[in-house]
Design a protein around this ligand. Structure first.
Ligand SMILES: [Fe+2]
Ligand SMILES: [Fe+2]
Length: 412
């Protein structure tokens, strides 16, 4: 399991993890993976100006981790996250919507996703060319997202991670929007607030359209001057939206505050604690989750259970207390669309999750224990206690098309 620590607390023998976040937005997070060999290696990290690092407690050498950080028992990411969230109070959450089966919602989710991508692309490119951004035009799309999430949140969330698109700037804005809607619904936001949080997600990085290309496409670490330009993207985004006074509060807050951190070390305003609005808290969590689980030119997509574990290592300090835990309950430790191996040797696709039993989702089995294609069959792990998930597998494992499996459904 992971811990995010201050760079000055790094010690020789600690195993530092490359979480694969963008250097553009996280220039002070040390992300070169491996064991820090000696004091000199630690000194180098500090002298290069890094302020934080994520360490993997399971891979740190013995004696390198102080007692207050060390874990008593080695747990898998999933077990670790599950324990963390089961210790969290349940209120004020409402149930994750599964009013219709995921198979029934997949086609609608697919259509909403591709239509929205075209829209996001349009307004981002427009902003870049100086054309005004029409917030109103996004409202019907956000309405469609809310409706789909209300019917079955897993379909759109699953589809977002299984898509074949690779235009990160656009998919990221859309994913943040739909994850924010799903999370907002889980937290009990009313319809008006859901519309605003959906718009906030869609437009949260609008200001990036105005950041010069040489910074956005910078292959290495930004200089402090370049980073200070990058840090202006939340404010630039607000300035691009027409009619300051008519923009709903949550949209503005989500845009302006998605890089603020609970401990006050974020940007652009360095807000702290309760000064960060609910929209800011929600977008911050889903923004990092989507960044971690997205494929980029310089890294593969991180498996959700690892991403959730990394996110959890930042809870409290970075994110408003309780929000990471609730988000994990909302999307599930094994989210819809995740390919998993069971202790029977069978392989399948998660088709539904239950916050009450996060380690026991519903799985559509499509491979037998010998890895041969099998007729799709639904297993509800909550009902079959002898069967459990042993491993999460990369998307497209063994040629499995998870989106197709979800769409086709299975016999119970
Ligand atoms: Fe951002
Ligand atoms: Fe973002």
């Amino acid at each position: 399991m992971y811990r995010k620590i201050k760079a000055q607390d790094l010690r020789p023998g600690m195993y530092v993890v490359d979480v694969g976040l963008s250097w553009l937005e996280n220039p002070y997070l040390y992300m070169t993976e491996g064991v820090l060999a000696d004091e000199e290696a630690v000194g180098r990290v500090l002298s290069e100006g890094y302020e934080e690092a994520v360490i993997d407690l399971r891979r740190c050498l013995e004696g390198s981790v102080p007692d207050d950080l060390a874990e008593l028992e080695p747990l898998t990411d999933a077990e670790h996250v599950s324990r963390a969230v089961s210790a969290t109070a349940d209120s004020p959450v409402s149930a994750v919507a599964q009013r219709v089966p995921v198979a029934q919602e997949m086609l609608a989710a697919k259509a909403i996703y591709s239509e929205s991508i075209t829209f996001v692309r349009g307004f981002m490119e427009g902003a870049r060319e100086g054309r005004p951004v029409d917030l109103k035009a996004a409202e019907p799309l956000v309405e469609d997202i809310i409706q789909s999430v209300s019917r079955n949140a897993g379909a759109l969330i699953g589809f977002a991670k299984l898509r074949a698109y690779d235009l990160y700037t656009y998919t990221h804005s859309l994913n943040v929007s739909l994850l924010a809607v799903a999370f907002g619904k889980y937290l009990g936001l009313d319809t008006v607030a859901l519309r605003q949080i959906g718009l906030a997600g869609l437009f949260h990085d609008l200001g990036k359209a105005l950041i010069p290309d040489f910074i956005l496409n910078c292959p290495g670490r930004l200089t402090p001057e370049e980073f200070s330009v990058m840090k202006r993207h939340p404010v630039l985004g607000r300035d691009v939206l027409p009619g300051g006074g008519r923009i709903p509060d949550m949209v503005l807050e989500g845009m302006l505050q998605h890089h603020e951190k609970f401990n006050g070390t974020g940007y652009p305003a360095g807000l702290k604690g309760d000064a960060i609005s609910e929209a800011g808290r929600i977008i911050a969590v889903v923004d990092v989750y989507d960044a971690l689980t997205s494929k980029r030119p310089y890294k593969n997509a991180m498996l959700p259970n690892k991403a959730l574990s990394i996110l959890y290592s930042m809870a409290g300090e970075e994110f408003y207390p309780g929000y990471v835990e609730h988000f994990i309950k909302c999307i599930g430790i094994y989210p819809v669309g995740q390919i998993v191996r069971l202790n029977t040797g069978q392989v399948g696709v998660v088709s539904a999750t239950d916050p009450a039993v996060p380690l026991r989702p519903e799985v559509i089995v499509v491979r037998d224990p010998l890895g041969r294609p099998a007729p799709p069959r639904l297993i509800r792990l909550a009902d079959v206690i002898s069967v459990s998930v042993t491993e999460t597998l990369e998307a497209a494992h063994a040629g499995i098309d998870a989106a197709r499996v979800l769409q086709d459904g299975a016999a119970s």
